[in-house]
Design a protein around this ligand. Sequence first.
Ligand SMILES: NC(=O)c1ccc[n+]([C@@H]2O[C@H](COP(=O)([O-])OP(=O)(O)OC[C@H]3O[C@@H](n4cnc5c(N)ncnc54)[C@H](OP(=O)(O)O)[C@@H]3O)[C@@H](O)[C@H]2O)c1
Length: 234
Amino acid sequence: MEDERIAVVTGGNKGIGKEICRQLAGKGTRVIMTARDKTRGEAAGAELEKTGVSVIFHQLDVTDAASIAGLAAFVEKEFGRLDILINNAAIRIDQGMTGENVPIETLREMMEANTYGPLMVCQGLIPLLKKSASGRIVNVSSGMASLASMSGGSPAYRITKTALNAVTGILADELKGSGITVNSVHPGWVRTDMGGKNAAKSVEEGADTPVWLATQPGGGPTGGFYRDREPMPW
Ligand SMILES: NC(=O)c1ccc[n+]([C@@H]2O[C@H](COP(=O)([O-])OP(=O)(O)OC[C@H]3O[C@@H](n4cnc5c(N)ncnc54)[C@H](OP(=O)(O)O)[C@@H]3O)[C@@H](O)[C@H]2O)c1
């Protein structure tokens, strides 16, 4: 009997990820907040605790296969299944660069964190999501990934998030019939360390569509790209 939903959120120690943890926990979901740095992650968990929101912390560096295996073993042992995976963690270290001058090392580092990492986390946790009656994978992408409106600037970030959208489409198709839905979401331009203080949206607004997708009942949509709870062009 699945009376409580179990969720893993990556990059949960700050920004949109921390707010996703807060909103999911507020809906009665058992949230495993993960962060690559144990001290930062535990501090974020303690801050939420002070506001009456309880989460479980587990270390996870999405670029580290051993770290992913450790998390999967923990979830298996504690809960025997997983209902929700939100791939939120990402880096953006190519501001001011262009397609003409971005160092390939920068692109490689961002592919590891923003594309290969989420794919490896999916690979590690899909066996546990298959044990859920209705598994949900939400990949936090970006409007900058949209091929329909592709433009210059932040080349590595755009490439890594466009490739993440491909991961969404591939897994959504492959997992049809498993009960697991897979979607991408653009959270909007959000006031975080990544988005900056002039961004249009609060973290509460940025977390809204990821949480909405993660908590869709029944079949729910799959293989889509969403912003503000509406489909957007790939
Ligand atoms: N903010 C925006 O305007 C905006 C717009 C579109 C899309 N997004 C997307 O929304 C998501 C959240 O962004 P944000 O604005 O909240 O960014 P943020 O404040 O910079 O937070 C990013 C999070 O990802 C974590 N992270 C980075 N690399 C990691 C790794 N290898 N393993 C585990 N965690 C890692 C960071 O951990 P540390 O604290 O250890 O660095 C941090 O917790 C990202 O996917 C981003 O691309 C944001």
